[in-house]
Design a protein around this ligand. Structure first.
Ligand code: UD1
Ligand code: UDP
Length: 373
């Protein structure tokens, strides 16, 4: 029997983390010839993940440029992925999530009539501009899929409400939980020397922020709230692994460079970041993946966004939507710091695992096997 070529596409850090377990699971199956196409929308941040999960891309388009525009990434990925698909002739292409890589690679596959599987299909904020441009990317991608791998029942319902045939949809859980369990199972000690700047046993909050719609004034508000927290809590430390984007770094440096209790560091290797999530008092973040992971490890997250496409995490209790207002961020964070029972109450409430049990990749592999043979 001829092996079926499956191309797993990844371009950014979160896509690689969430696609890695899928590629690993598919590779266990004799019937598949699994290829990883890295678009290189991210470079260092993608390589970090690819190395950790020991993936070997069949091709890396390395499209990234400093301060790249959406037009540039979209057009480069459509062209590069299209040429790659012409050469490889895959039986199926898998894309993940909502990035420009996701959308552009799906378009290139669609132009060649290659069936598309969308991992993490069906997330919706119902606001085309929040997050921007991710809501558009995922909505348009879902119009052209053969298989929709919805992480939750709610995501599946979103797809059905948009008229997508329910036979195309499988509720799988989120593959980030597979990645998280895989990583926790390795019991890796943190390696980043930058973490040494954090005093042993010092209470710290973990902060990440990078969203395009937060660049400028909203990120300034976030940083001002962080300085308020530092002033009000003389023993509190902050760990901020900075996204590589210079537009983000400039603002963070401007507000936080002068605080010795702030550890500004490079993006952490995935296991080190998992360690930091676990060890922190709580997390402030605008990240999508972090909301899901924190739900699984029952760590409170103040979500630095006006809306979330992951209402399950808010319902679950681990995530609290605080937006980008300085006072609101400060008040919610102070509540978690001062009210001794607040964090315990959140942990107690978090009984379910809204994003699955770590078997999403297996479910995806099973669907593909049944469909392609
Ligand atoms: C992208 C995704 C976003 C995702 C985020 C994850 C889009 C439109 N946005 O946003 O959905 O949440 O990745 O992190 O697809 N850079 C580097 N090295 C790297 C990575 C980025 O220097 O390894 C810098 C470059 O200057 C690059 C800039 O960051 O031009 C922005 O990267 P880009 O992928 O366009 O946007 P992100 O904000 O990272
Ligand atoms: N992450 C990481 N190192 C870091 C920061 C985040 O490995 O320094 C991981 C995090 O655990 C999560 C993912 O990267 O799995 C989130 O990526 P990001 O916030 O860049 O994107 P988003 O999830 O918002 O699309």
């Amino acid at each position: 029997m001829e092996k079926k070529k499956i191309v797993c596409v990844m371009g950014t850090r979160p896509e690689a983390i969430k696609m890695a377990p899928v590629a690993i699971e598919l590779a266990k199956e004799e019937a598949f010839d699994v290829r990883v196409l890295a678009t290189g929308q991210h470079l260092e941040m993608l390589d970090q993940v690819i190395d950790f999960f020991k993936l070997t891309p069949d091709k890396n388009l390395r499209v990234m440029k400093d301060r790249q525009s959406l037009d540039y990434v979209t057009s480069s990925v459509i062209t590069g992925a299209g040429e790659y698909f012409d050469a490889v002739k895959p039986a199926a292409v898998l894309v993940h999530g909502d990035t420009t890589t996701t959308f552009a690679a799906a378009v290139a596959a669609f132009y060649r009539n290659i069936p598309i599987g969308h991992v993490e299909a069906g997330l919706r904020s119902f606001n085309m501009r929040l997050p921007f441009p991710e809501e558009m990317n995922r909505v348009l991608t879902d119009r052209i899929i053969t298989w929709g791998f919805a992480p939750t029942q709610l995501a599946a319902e979103n797809l059905i409400a948009e008229g997508i045939d329910k036979d195309r949809i499988t509720v799988t859980g989120n593959t980030v939980i597979d990645a998280l369990f895989y990583t926790i199972g390795k019991h890796i000690k943190p390696e980043s020397t930058e973490l040494n700047a954090l005093p042993k046993d010092a209470p710290f909050v973990l902060v990440t922020a990078h969203r395009r719609e937060s660049w400028g004034a909203p990120l300034e508000e976030i940083c001002k709230a962080l300085t308020d927290l530092l002033e009000a809590n003389p023993s509190l430390w902050m760990l901020i692994p900075m996204h590589k984007n210079p537009a983000v770094r400039e603002t963070i440096h401007k507000y936080l460079d002068s605080y010795h209790r702030v550890v500004l560091c490079e993006p952490l290797e995935y296991p080190d970041f998992v360690w930091a999530m676990n060890e922190s008092k709580f997390i402030l973040s605008d990240s999508g993946g972090v909301q899901e992971e924190a739900s699984s490890i029952k760590k409170p997250v103040l979500v630095l966004r006006e809306v979330t496409e992951r209402p399950e995490a808010v319902e679950h209790g681990s995530c609290i939507l605080v937006g980008v207002n300085r006072d609101k961020i400060y008040k919610e964070a102070m509540r978690l710091i001062n009210d001794k029972g607040a964090i315990q109450a959140i942990e107690k409430k978090c009984e379910s695992q809204p994003f699955g049990d770590g078997t999403a990749s297996l479910k995806i592999a099973t669907v593909l096997k049944e469909s392609l043979f």
